[in-house]
Write a protein that binds this ligand. Structure first.
Ligand SMILES: [Zn+2]
Ligand SMILES: [Zn+2]
Length: 218
């Protein structure tokens, strides 16, 4: 697997790097040859939950939104113009879309309160509307304070597949992503999810090799 980020220190790597320019470790799976993969996540919750890589990831995400959303709005405005809506109407519609998308992005990137609880139920539904498929993955939780929580993912299934009924988890809403779930007992896990990008990672790593996010484990 190509590493975008060093699994030891989280530094961004160039394709040509064979040695991490920051920590000096060789970029190779052989580094982990003597360490058992299953169970490397340990049992118990991670001590560090406000790592600087989380803030860096949010910043990168916001930057992407700031660049991508105006492009989408412009494409919509031009598209409407070609459909005969007229320049003024198209610009107005484009601006409306832009405001709407920024509002959605702001809500999605918002930090939420942290909580601890247990997985009570997993549910999957498949909706087919006008030929378009939509896959909805949901997990229901019972929080320790007696409340109910639900998390929905529409395209990402890694955390949905990872968590099972009865698992004790904590949700770190303060990280600000829908993947910020940490399982208490990771002793039987072959992979653990990155709380920033949601991809499953080798639990022997310290950092996610796809986004540079710090991995939550013991
Ligand atoms: Zn490094
Ligand atoms: Zn990641």
């Amino acid at each position: 697997m190509i590493s975008n980020y060093c699994s030891f220190c989280g530094t961004k790597l160039k394709n040509t790097d064979e040695i991490c320019p920051s920590c000096g470790k060789t970029i190779s799976e052989e580094q982990y040859a003597g360490i058992e993969r299953i169970g490397a996540g340990g049992t118990g919750y991670a001590e560090t939950i406000d790592h600087e890589s989380f803030a860096a990831y949010r910043k990168k995400l916001k930057k992407t939104v700031r660049i991508i959303l105006p492009i989408i709005a412009l494409v919509i405005a031009i598209g409407l113009m070609f459909m005969g809506v007229g320049p003024a109407g198209s610009i107005f519609a484009g601006i409306c879309m832009l405001v709407l998308m920024f509002a959605v992005a702001a809500v999605q990137g918002r930090k939420k309160p942290d909580w601890e609880g247990t997985v009570t139920k997993k549910s999957y539904s498949h909706i087919r509307k006008k030929g378009a498929d939509s896959h909805i993955y949901k997990i229901h939780f019972r929080t320790d304070s007696g409340g109910n929580k639900t998390q929905t993912w529409r395209s990402h299934t890694s955390v949905y597949d990872y968590l099972q009924e009865g698992d004790r988890v904590r949700f770190l809403g303060s990280i600000g992503t829908p993947y910020a779930f940490e399982k208490y007992d990771k002793s039987a896990d072959e992979s653990i999810p990155c709380v920033c990008c949601g991809h499953l990672m080798d639990p022997r790593y310290t950092f996610c090799t796809l986004c540079g996010g710090f991995l939550l484990k013991r």
